[in-house]
Design a protein around this ligand. Structure first.
Ligand code: ATP
Ligand code: MG
Length: 539
């Protein structure tokens, strides 16, 4: 690469910079505060996990897993990979030392690959077995040559090995390192994995966790849609008690209450941020049983097949893979058709109906406003019963700032005990955009005090003043070189400082410091000891 090459952030990623990052911090701080008041604790899961975790949790058929994940081969087989690369890049051997090193690497590689196949890190298939056989052959040829040529030093014909070296190289290069990891496209799967891994079912239930951080999806970048974006989310997980079946109605009401409180927390958070024009949509998508969602989906599929010709290609495909997702369609010409499709509300089983009615009652008790949207199905496989989404203003077509729902059974699907779950994920990028569009995005950023000092004497005092003001919590700019007062005041206003503290020989000798309010231009004399209190009063 030429030395002039300019690097740029990769498409779909971006730098968050001051002053905007102050708004990000305010949003995150508010989340910490509000979620704490609802009894949630923070979890920080890793940013990458086994691909299989997301495939199983989110669903192999979803857009996220089938085409949007950033996936990598695992490199914990570093030694195997190093020997593989050495052997596969060796094309010629021209002396005994080279032959010695080569023969040894080949036998290490052979041994590592056999071990990796045995413990599942390299796939145990025909291709791997074939590589092992070919490496073994090259190994014995190289071994025999080594013994022979050691005896007759100086006369060995290393070219005779070229063909075998080449073949072993190709065999080595074809070794595929099995397990894969992916950058997380969402975090619910990780939270469930952690719940299982740390035996959280033994903690007092339910376990209430929240997280915030970057997620990664390879989507087409546009306003409000990035490849690295940020979510703030929360999950409530609760081990199913063995006697839960005894009073099913009570259990359903309890679940609905948990759902309502999670939504209440969310709306409290948005309220605290003064996010404008929020609209909460809710729905119930039932549960996977013949007399509930499964029956409905079959009916829906039947109806969709009847109007198949009038649907777009995506919807046509979804009739087979996931008919519910057709309801999600934003295509203009499909809207009339979708409006006439059967509605899930008319097909919910008694339990799901009870749960949904109670959810609405609980939201009303909490004064949370909602609209019902029977087409809200959400794109992830793990949802059941409650689904919800919140839209906000100023976001164009990417106007969903939050999505969530109930996912009983997900923990079990990932190998854990029977567990209920409900959660949401807020798109932080969109939340920030909406706050900015609504004029709620500004955060005071300027310095409190700019220390304008002149002379070596004053400098020592300036350092002391900066230190004590900073420890009192004020933001202080202390210029590293002395500046004429006029220049210093100019810089102070450019930085948006509220005050300039002026320290020259006079101020030092009299002990009366000068403080200039840059907004009004008013200047006062003040003693060192009185300064912090004065600044606090005039914030
Ligand atoms: P959308 O329908 O907008 O693609 P989604 O259903 O894929 O959203 P979820 O997986 O439920 O979204 O994620 C929750 C929230 O995360 C969304 O409501 C949105 O605010 C945000 N989000 C999702 N994908 C992106 C992205 N690529 N860039 C920015 N924010 C995103
Ligand atoms: Mg999406």
């Amino acid at each position: 690469m030429s030395s002039k090459a300019k690097f740029q952030a990769i498409r779909g990623t971006r730098d968050l910079l001051p002053p905007e990052t102050a708004l990000w911090n305010r949003v995150e701080q508010t989340a910490h505060e509000v979620f704490r008041t609802f009894g949630f604790g923070e979890i920080r899961p890793p940013i990458f996990e086994p691909t299989e975790l997301f495939a199983r949790a989110v669903g192999g058929e979803t857009d996220i897993v089938s085409k949007e994940m950033y996936t990598f081969a695992v490199t914990d087989l570093t030694r195997l990979i190093a020997w593989r690369d050495f052997v596969s890049s060796t094309r010629k051997i021209r002396d005994l030392d080279e032959l010695d090193a080569y023969e040894r690497s080949l036998s290490y590689l052979h041994r590592e690959v056999q071990a990796a196949v045995k413990n599942g890190q390299v796939p145990d298939d025909g291709e791997s077995q074939n590589s092992i056989v070919r490496m073994k052959r090259a190994m014995s040829i190289a071994g025999a040559a080594l013994v022979e040529w050691r005896k007759m030093d100086g006369t060995a014909k290393f070219e005779e090995l070229d063909e075998d070296v080449k073949d072993a190289g190709i065999a080595a290069a074809s070794i595929r390192v099995g397990e894969e990891i992916s950058l997380r496209p969402e975090a619910t799967a990780s939270v469930c994995r952690a719940y299982i891994e740390h035996n959280m079912q033994q903690l007092p239930q339910p376990v209430k966790l929240y997280y915030m951080g970057p997620m990664f999806r390879r989507e087409r970048p546009q306003k409000g849609r990035y490849r690295q974006f940020y979510q703030i989310g929360a999950e409530v997980l609760e081990a199913v008690r063995p006697d839960a079946g005894r009073d099913a109605a009570k259990e359903l009401a309890k679940d609905a209450t948990v759902d309502a409180e999670v939504i209440e927390m969310l709306m409290t958070f948005f309220g605290r941020l003064q996010l404008e024009g929020t609209e909460l949509s809710i729905n119930s998508i039932g549960h996977a049983a013949e007399n509930c969602r499964r029956g409905y989906v079959e009916k829906l599929r039947g109806e969709l097949n009847r109007v198949k010709d009038k649907l777009g290609a995506d919807s046509q495909r979804r009739i087979e893979t996931n008919p519910l997702r057709v309801l999600d369609s934003k295509l203009e010409h499909e809207q009339g058709i979708i409006a006439k499709l059967p509605k899930i509300a008319d097909h919910l089983c008694d339990d799901c109906q009870t749960h949904y009615a109670e959810l609405k009652r609980q939201l009303e008790l909490r004064g949370v406003k909602y609209v019902e949207n029977w087409r809200l199905v959400r794109g992830l496989d793990y949802y059941m019963r409650t689904t919800f989404e919140i839209t906000a203003k100023g976001l164009g077509s990417q106007n969903a700032v939050c999505g969530g729902g109930r996912y009983d059974g997900l923990v079990e699907l990932l190998g854990g005990p029977p567990t209920k779950g409900i959660g949401f994920a807020i798109g932080e990028d969109r939340l920030i955009l909406s706050l900015q569009e609504g004029g709620k995005g500004s955060v005071a950023e300027g310095r409190d005090v700019y220390v304008a000092w002149l002379g070596a004497n004053a400098y020592a005092t300036a350092i002391r003043a900066a230190k004590s003001l900073r420890s009192a919590g004020f933001s202080v700019e202390l210029p590293p070189t002395e500046q004429k007062f006029g220049k210093a005041l100019e810089r102070a206003s450019k930085l948006g400082a509220r005050f300039a503290l002026i320290l020259g020989d006079n101020e030092i000798s009299s002990g009366e410091w000068a403080l200039k309010a840059l907004g009004t231009g008013e200047q006062i004399k003040i003693a060192e000891a009185d300064l912090p209190a004065y600044l606090k009063e005039h914030q």
